[in-house]
Design a binder for this molecule. Structure first.
Ligand code: CMP
Length: 227
């Protein structure tokens, strides 16, 4: 969406017309609000959160070039999440009519939005899959597998390096920290996970981790008492 700026005569002109500066801590809108505008981040960072059973859960953290708040205007529904500025931000505020004109006039913008929405759908599918797993250990391992696939970096010594901590995993999939810690310890002991300095882990053999997940599934299935 950065292209919005360049193709409409320069970002400064655009910022003067549609710009908004917001300090860290600004709540731009809350889940459930009605909304007639979307935002494009020029600088700074914005956190997207939802509240599930009274607990605030982070869906995403967005930075320059990314957009949010498009859903309420595209489907005429209340805001699906809360948007909070976490690092002072310069934002372009785009109304429904302008968004429609932008999409009609610039296929590049439309394609980028569709790609972003597809990414979110993919992520939502992953969350649903995770919630459908029977046991908590499987949910932890499945989440690590997902991180390796979507954000993992090939490690020089082989395997995939992921950047996370037990507490991040606990928050992401709403599994108690103690359980996540136990599963991590078990994975480390089985050489399926190697801790590194700075909140990183290497999965030396992702295929072996996949087999372990299958094993956990079998265990959960066959350990149920026979009735
Ligand atoms: P809207 O529903 O208008 O307001 C909340 C915004 O948060 C929403 O539009 C999207 O832009 C954004 N949003 C909703 N769900 C997610 C998600 N799962 N990941 C990232 N952003 C999201």
């Amino acid at each position: 969406m950065n292209d919005v700026a360049s193709q409409s005569g320069g970002s400064e002109v655009l910022f003067q017309r549609f710009g908004r500066q917001a300090p860290a801590g600004t709540v731009l809108f809350r889940e459930g609000d009605s909304g007639e505008e979307m935002y494009v981040i020029q600088s700074g960072r914005v956190q997207i959160t939802v509240t599930v059973r009274g607990i605030e859960r982070m869906l995403d953290e967005l930075g320059p070039g990314e957009f949010f708040g498009e859903m309420a205007i595209l489907n005429a529904r209340p805001r699906s999440a809360t948007a909070t500025v976490i690092e002072e931000a310069q934002l372009l505020v785009v109304g429904a009519k302008t968004l429609e004109a932008m999409i009609r006039g610039n296929t590049e913008i439309a394609v980028r939005m569709v790609k972003k929405l597809a990414e979110r759908l993919d992520e939502a599918d992953r969350v649903i899959e995770n919630l459908m797993l029977r046991d908590l250990a499987s949910r932890v391992v499945h989440h690590l597998q997902g991180l390796a696939e979507t954000a993992g970096v090939a490690a020089t010594e082989g395997g995939v390096r992921i950047q996370t901590t037990p507490s991040e995993v606990s928050q992401a999939i709403l599994v108690p920290l103690e359980t996540v810690g136990d599963v991590f310890a078990r994975l480390v002991k089985a050489n399926l996970l190697k801790p590194e300095a700075g909140g990183a882990f290497v999965i030396p053999d992702p295929a072996a981790m996949g087999q372990f997940l299958e094993f956990l599934g079998m265990k959960a299935r066959f350990e149920r008492p026979l009735t």
